[in-house]
Ligand binder design. Sequence first.
Ligand code: UD1
Ligand code: CA
Length: 456
Amino acid sequence: MSSLTVVILAAGQGTRMRSSLPKVLHPLAGKPLINHVTDLARSLTPKKIIIVYGHGGEQLQAALANQTDLVWAKQQEQLGTGDAVRAAMDEVKTARCLVLNADVPLLSEETVQRLVTRVDNDSVGVLTADVANPYGYGRIVRDSAKQVKQIIEEKDATDLQKKIVEINSGVFIFPIDFLKDNINKLENNNNQKEYYLTDLVEKALEQAVNVNAVKAKDPIEIEGVNTRVQLAKLERCYQDKKAQQLMLAGVYLADPSRLDIRGDVTIGQDTGVDINVVLAGNVAIGKNCIIEPGVIIKNSKIADNVHIKAYSVIENSEIARDAEVGPFARLRPETKLQEKARIGNFVEVKKSTIGVASKANHLSYIGDSIVGAGVNIGAGAITCNYDGVNKHQTIINDKAFVGSNCVLVAPIEVGVNAMIGAGSTVSRHVPEDQLTVARTKQKSFNWQRPEKNEIG
Ligand code: UD1
Ligand code: CA
């Protein structure tokens, strides 16, 4: 569809959000509203995507700096949607121009595709919807032959027109010649003293240019965000849809209304997800897994038959099949758990690989480490990976046994099948097959307990 330019209107103030953050940067499903719209625009493979921004647009440009394909057009003053499109006109060079609003995040690719393909190249197209409560929206006025005649704004509508339930979504497609000829002819003689893009409908009809309305199947798709209340509503709709998709794909959800998906998530068949789980970024979870309540997983890959127990937090990690994590475990970035590994309660792992069937079941910190297979790390044992300046590596070879409350001062290597006595602080190579103890000998003395004196 390289004959298409997409113009995204984002110059509005969004004052009703009552926030110092521009409205279109508020997140829905963990992603700024405007990113939902730029992603949609990109899915249409247009020639160009233009963002119309206004006062304070620097914050917007900074937030979208990594989207280097965007073209920015400044609207000097917010004089209305018609004026906003005019601000982008110099950059529009393709045969057709699609207008989207930056604050309408749930619009689907399928619906926009329908508008683009159903409306022919020489006609004006508008996406509409029948809604239960049309208040505030522009109404689609049709004549007796059901032909679209006009779009009238709430503030300009008669009482009779206000009863119309078919509304303008604000999404339009225009033939470029028509748009160039007419965008400068709009007038602002209306209630809001704004240049309305919607007035192009009447201009088209005057010039015998066809106007086609395409209806969205689900009106939620065209709802915009003006307040935090509306944002919360759309967030829920989005989450419901995601939860339904997962359930239809064979995932057990204890309560679909208590799962939050903030990214691209796949979950295998017969995996069960309990309540209050948050999945963010790119998350792939295999089949037959159990995800207990309160688990947070970000940008991670989890194989089949993995059990993540309650309130564990997992970020940028990879977990192989049959592994067990938690409850209350924390896997920080670059953690790899191999098959059947077990990371138990109050254990933190960072940038480490835990080998096949190795265990750290209680109260440990394992950082910058390579742990072999069949290793047991006792309760409270930790790696000292940081000397205050640099990070150092710990290597614990296969079948080693690290006693409870040991301190492994890195860089250090523990040999195969080594045993380190509980409470040892080791800072040198720990030989294989031997018992290493590094702590003072236990001594006992006769002594008198102090007694409480009268004055104190
Ligand atoms: C507009 C439509 C209305 C439609 C509704 C759908 C007009 C005149 N009215 O109304 O028919 O039902 O959208 O949500 O078009 N913007 C600018 N510059 C401006 C004004 C607005 O960039 O000067 C941007 C806003 O940031 C927003 C979009 O245009 O993304 C729509 O503006 P908004 O003020 O929300 O339009 P509505 O009054 O809701
Ligand atoms: Ca407005």
